[in-house]
Design a protein around this ligand. Structure first.
Ligand code: ME8
Length: 528
């Protein structure tokens, strides 16, 4: 049985259309999934939509629609964006699907039967935009105005809640979680987020997590199977999706193939839910420590100016507009956008999003560096070698050729260190350094002079070294820009798909005299 590399993204609320923040997480997860596939691994990459809860019910109401019809409409915007951005997920889970409802209800029943749930009266506060409970004790630590408190996370007004419900013990598992985190210092990444969770655990956790909402107030949720007055709290419902998609409680063989998750990528806004509630839920469900997800990675925020971009602040940027309008002159607009997101900021840190930022990055890295290298190399082989990639003998390679070879062939090994750590920007930097080196090599070797001087053997060596650099670069860039690299592959005269990553550690692998045909410009400069 082949063990899968299981990668997840959050399930986005379908109360409104997706924005660049959502696309960021999915592009990152996609680059990771494609990297592992290109390493020959079996990957299971999951994304989806979070469709229950008060916030969705309110949005449906405002749109004058029934919740199910409303989410059915919004979810299409997410699915079409993932298509546009070439997101290669293996499954798209919707929390309203029957397969998920069944698992949530079975998990609730199991917890109840094992005495892990209690029915209690609750007195606290609720943030509907975040769908998050706050106890009076938690708020007292974080806010001065205890009469009219705002949400410590998003600063929006809280709603007082006094009702009965079903509760999962949190504090009972606190010691277990602290020990688990101590034993697994890589469990939350980056390190700053691990420290954040660890310091939260220095204080007592709330005694309980309320995992239900009374039907009298919130109808749109998964019915609690043993208590008809309640529906399931939307976060308890949504987090369980990561189990549903593995076949949990339904198909043991599938479950063993897919679970545990290798990498769960989220934004830092939902760290508490994933690094406190989620492991405690799994622990309560009897998932052993060595079957916990391997890593929760919480990335930073894209900001507009100094503000976080979010639906409620009304400063959202639509990725469809960036790709189809702002980058409309680009034949590989989605790849340009993907490159910008992954290169611009170190994954984990915040970044500022702007069209000028894309323009600058595009001009320097893609048009001037990569596009130029492909175009110059293939044009020179057209001119000097009749569009056939020249043969060379290894013995004739000079130190300069070998230096280029050495740089290009060593990047695959660097990726094996950087990609599992989600250091996307550094990985791209390492690849693009080779591209810059190759452009400098052209200036130094001056193939046009070699041609004029009739130094054919040396000319062939230089042009072949450049073509080999393109071959290697195409392989290395594939997780990030799958369409561009497939086109470079075609332009080099290859048939079929870009091969596995270990091929990027090899040199002189283009068949001698391989011919190619057209090579249109990959990154045309915008008409001003
Ligand atoms: O929280 N910058 O869904 P959501 C970067 N349904 N990433 C951002 C971002 C920004 N400005 N804004 C959003 C939910 N994101 C729950 C999740 S999971 C079981 C349930 C991304 O629609 C980032 O990944 O509010 C963040 O964690 C997620 O969108 C929140 O999406």
């Amino acid at each position: 049985m082949a063990k899968k590399i299981y990668i997840t993204t959050p399930l986005y609320y379908v109360n409104a259309s997706p924005h660049i923040g959502h696309s960021y997480t999915n592009v990152a997860a996609d680059c990771l999934a494609r990297y592992y596939r290109q390493k020959g691994e079996d990957v299971f990459f999951l994304t989806g939509s979070d469709e229950h809860g008060q916030k969705i019910a309110q949005a449906a109401d405002a749109a004058g629609k029934e919740p199910q019809a409303f989410v059915d409409g919004v979810v299409e915007h997410f699915e079409s964006l993932w298509k546009l951005l070439n997101i290669s997920h293996d499954d798209f889970i919707r929390t309203t699907q029957q397969r998920h409802v069944d698992v949530v209800q079975a998990a609730l029943t199991r917890l109840k039967d094992e005495g892990k749930l209690t029915r209690e009266a609750y007195n606290g506060w609720y943030c509907t935009p975040d769908e998050t409970f706050w106890t009076p004790e938690e708020l007292a630590k974080k806010t001065e105005d205890i009469e009219n408190p705002v949400c410590p996370d998003c600063q929006r007004p809280l709603e007082a809640v006094q009702e009965e419900g079903w509760y999962l013990h949190l504090r009972e598992s606190q010691e277990w979680l602290v020990n688990f985190l101590k034993k697994n210092p890589q469990w939350v990444r980056p390190e700053s987020r691990y420290n954040e969770i660890f310091s939260l655990l220095k204080d007592d956790l709330p005694k309980y997590l309320c995992i239900t909402r009374p039907k009298a107030r919130v109808k749109w949720g998964i019915p609690v199977p043993f208590d008809p007055e309640y529906v399931t709290y939307v976060w308890f419902d949504a987090l369980l999706n990561y189990l549903t998609a593995t076949g949990y409680l339904v198909d043991q063989q599938l479950f063993e193939e897919r679970w545990p998750a290798k990498m769960q990528i989220i934004g830092k806004d939902i760290l508490r839910h994933h690094a406190l509630y989620w492991p405690i839920m799994l622990h309560a469900l009897g998932i052993p420590d060595d079957q916990m997800p391997e890593c929760i990675f919480a990335h930073g925020w894209w900001k507009i100016g100094e503000q976080k971009m979010s639906k409620s602040l009304g400063n959202i940027v639509d990725p469809n507009v960036i790709v189809t309008v702002f980058l409309k002159e680009q034949p590989f607009a989605a790849d340009v956008y993907r490159y910008f997101l992954m290169r611009e900021v170190n994954f984990g840190q915040d970044g500022n999003f702007s069209e000028e930022g894309i323009e600058t990055r595009f001009a320097s890295d893609l048009a001037n560096d990569l596009g130029n290298l492909v175009n110059r190399t293939l044009s020179m082989i057209d001119k000097y070698c009749d569009s056939k990639i020249p043969a060379v003998s290894e013995a004739t390679l000079t130190d300069a050729d070998k230096a280029l070879q050495q740089s290009a062939t060593s990047v695959a090994g660097q990726l094996d260190v950087l990609m599992p750590r989600l250091e996307f920007s550094k990985a791209l930097e390492a690849i693009m350094d080779v591209v810059s080196q190759a452009n400098r090599y052209i200036e130094e070797q001056m193939p046009w002079k070699l041609s004029k001087a009739g130094e054919t053997e040396r000319l062939h060596c230089v042009l072949r070294s450049l073509a080999e650099t393109l071959r290697t670069t195409a392989i290395l860039l594939t997780p990030f820009m799958p369409s561009v690299t497939q086109e470079i592959w075609r332009q080099l005269g290859f048939e079929g798909s870009v091969p596995e990553l270990d091929q990027a550690a090899q040199w002189l692998k283009i068949p001698d005299n391989q011919s190619f045909t057209d090579h249109p410009v990959l990154f045309p400069r915008p008409k001003s």
